[in-house]
Ligand binder design. Structure first.
Ligand SMILES: Cc1cc2nc3c(=O)[nH]c(=O)nc-3n(C[C@H](O)[C@H](O)[C@H](O)COP(=O)(O)O)c2cc1C
Length: 380
């Protein structure tokens, strides 16, 4: 009886085997779907919880069916504050500034210039996206502090050594605050001015114009060196915030590309130039302009005593000179007497004549004659 039951069962299973297969396949599919959806939700949860596997600032995007990783632009990676101090003022200022930068959620490093070898490290700042701040004091005869001496010596040599190339520090962004005392008339804030100029000569970009703190309360712009620094710090921090947002200041009107949009400021600056104020001597007027020697056309420093012209740049300098000369000649032609007008006219004619050589003229005339139709018209 039992054996009979067993065989009946087997026969039943065999007869309904297709239903059984289907049920198993259905079960497996359900299981796969459940597994798939649970892992997906888990991953989503991890992502939104800030799992380190997902880099901050990286977004998934689907473009034409392809998933691409797109990095959000980081405009400022951090701030490096270099100080050259002897009696501690610049160091104190550096710490104060660092606290303010930290409170804005930016990484900051405070560095004594004595502990830093520019020969090894400074060029890294051209690509680091850091902002380099220099708080430097001037001492007797315009000398830097002992700690800043090597940095200054190296930078001066680099700025004046053609082997470095005038774009050696292109990409480095910086701001300088000099500490000094205007009682030392001949050497007031010399170190800050020099560092600013040497960096600029190497095509580093000022994020704002250099400022000078004056210990001489009678002369100090804000009443004391501390107040000078606080005023500069406020401007620096707002500039820093703007840079973090990726904002660019309008062109100062001195760039080669002529992209200046702030005409009002431009005219003011041009009047500054007329009065012979060099760019690194203006303090208040251009406080927020971003400049680098590489971008500026007038090459104020190229005429300075410390300038070195790279042989590679001679070609472009000569072409600039030739262009300026040509413009001068044209201007003379415009404003001069009838005689000069006639001379200019003759010159123009002469130039036109030169463009067609006798051989070319002959060939063109012949071509014209060939093209002429018998009725006197010309073929189109
Ligand atoms: C002995 C001595 C010499 C100085 N010589 C100059 C100078 O030539 N030019 C200048 O602008 N300031 C000069 N100063 C002023 C200092 O630069 C100023 O006091 C500065 O704030 C010092 O910064 P520190 O405390 O970080 O060293 C001199 C100060 C001292 C004590």
């Amino acid at each position: 009886m039992d054996t009979w039951n067993f065989y009946t069962c087997l026969a039943f299973l065999w007869l309904h085997r297709f239903y059984i297969y289907s049920a198993v396949a259905f079960g497996i599919s359900i299981w796969i779907v459940i597994q798939f959806t649970t892992t997906k939700t888990k991953k989503k949860g991890e992502k939104s919880n800030g799992n380190p596997a997902y880099f901050e600032g990286i977004e998934d995007k689907v473009v034409n069916g392809y998933a691409t990783l797109q990095a959000k632009e980081v405009y400022v990676a951090g701030v490096k504050i270099f100080y050259g101090s002897q009696t501690g003022t610049a160091k104190r200022f550096a710490k104060g500034l660092a606290e303010a930068v930290i409170s804005r959620n930016l990484p900051v490093e405070v560095i004594s210039m004595g502990d830093y070898d520019p020969d090894d490290c400074l060029s890294e700042e051209t690509t680091s996206r850091n902002i380099c701040v220099f708080l430097v004091a001037t001492y007797t005869d315009g000398q830097p502090t002992e700690s800043a001496a090597w940095f200054c010596k190296w930078l001066e040599e680099a700025a004046n050594d053609f082997r470095f190339g005038k774009t050696y520090l292109k990409g480095l962004r910086y701001a300088v605050f000099g500490l000094g005392n205007s009682v030392y008339v001949d050497h007031y804030n010399t170190v800050g001015r020099n560092i600013d100029r040497w960096l600029w000569m190497l095509s580093a970009s000022r994020i704002m114009t250099r400022a000078e703190g004056d210990c001489n309360v009678a002369q100090s712009k804000h009443g004391s060196i501390e107040a000078d620094f606080e005023a500069w710090k406020a401007k620096f921090l707002s500039r820093l915030q703007a840079l973090c947002r990726g904002e660019k200041k309008p062109c100062s009107g001195k760039c080669k590309k002529g992209k200046c949009k702030s005409l009002g400021k431009q005219s003011k600056e041009s009047s500054d130039h007329e009065h012979g104020a060099s760019e690194y001597e203006n303090t208040e007027a251009e406080e927020l302009f971003e400049t680098s020697s590489d971008e500026e056309a007038d090459g104020e420093e190229a005429g300075g005593t410390n300038s070195v012209i790279d042989v590679e740049d001679l070609g472009s300098i000569m072409s600039h000179m030739r262009k300026a000369k040509r413009e001068c000649e044209l201007e003379e032609g415009d404003t001069g007497t009838n005689l000069t007008h006639r001379n200019a006219g003759r010159k123009e004619e002469g130039e036109k004549r030169e463009m067609i050589t006798p051989a070319l003229r002959e060939a063109l005339t012949k071509q014209g004659e060939d093209l002429q139709r018998p009725d006197g018209g010309t073929r189109l």
